[in-house]
Design a binder for this molecule. Structure first.
Ligand code: SAM
Length: 240
């Protein structure tokens, strides 16, 4: 059996299933043939039949879990302007996050309504899937629908630790991470280009005992730098 690259389809492949369109063409272009075993999402699948735009496979096993850290980190990222948001999502996937949750805060300049929201969400999830394929992860990192500030606050109870990167905070990340067990489910909250206003910061810090506001140093980082920095430190601290 010729083991090969990983392909991504919507949903969870089971039994006999068909891969169509772009992924099917990709398999064809890579000169796979009937009998090859390829990885589709996190399943090992044997090609049963194929033509240019359609590949029929049978699930023959589970693929090994690769590139998925034990510590489950969720990045809550306030909406950023187009390319920055896409950059943050791509890098967050490479840095091992488990999920990305875009949210709206007072200082967010990007206004998305109705079908624009759905289109953005679809594009962000495509970027996430491509990033997952590129870095060889065996899982998919979902980018959730855009949450309001209120909705975001209600989700914090699901985490062992919520690290709120607040530009006006004095307590350093190092102190916070040394001071307390990190736990297995960590949320990271990063503001938009305009940051958080004082009332928002107060509401975040009151959202639960597990919420800690942290300084990322005495320089003001761009939002995309702040995300990368905090996720990198957490991966360094938490990943074996
Ligand atoms: N409007 C803010 C200002 O000028 O003071 C800047 C916001 S910064 C561009 C975007 C986000 O990155 C912040 O809301 C925060 O989440 C994070 N951030 C940037 N620098 C930080 C720092 N030194 N400490 C903590 N968080 C920081």
């Amino acid at each position: 059996m010729n083991m090969a690259r990983r392909f991504i389809v919507e949903g969870n492949p089971e039994g006999r299933f068909t891969i169509a369109e772009k992924e099917a063409r990709h398999i064809f272009v890579l000169r796979h043939k009937v009998g090859d075993v390829i990885q589709v999402n996190n399943k090992l699948c044997e090609i049963i039949a194929m033509q240019k735009d359609e590949v029929i496979c049978d699930v023959v096993g589970e693929a090994e879990i690769r590139g998925v850290p034990d510590t489950k980190i969720t990045l809550f990222q306030a909406l950023l302007k187009a390319d920055k948001m896409e950059f943050v999502i791509q890098k967050a996937v490479e840095l091992g996050v488990t999920s990305v949750v875009p949210f709206v805060s007072k200082n967010v300049v990007v206004k998305l309504e109705g079908k624009d929201k759905a289109k953005k969400s679809e594009r962000w999830n495509k970027i996430s899937v491509e990033a997952s394929k590129q870095c060889g992860r065996s899982d998919i990192v979902p980018v959730s629908e855009i949450l309001s500030f209120e909705e975001m606050l209600t989700t914090f109870q699901e985490y062992d630790l919520v690290l709120f990167a607040y530009e006006n905070e004095k307590e350093s990340l190092k102190e916070v991470l040394q001071g307390r067990g990190k736990g297995k489910r960590i949320a990271v909250v990063i503001g938009a280009e305009g940051g958080f206003d004082a009332t928002e910061a107060e509401r975040v810090m009151k959202a639960g005992e597990n919420v800690k506001s942290v300084s990322l140093g005495d320089r003001i980082l761009r939002a995309e730098t702040a995300s990368l920095f905090l996720l990198s430190v957490l991966m360094y601290e938490c990943e074996e």
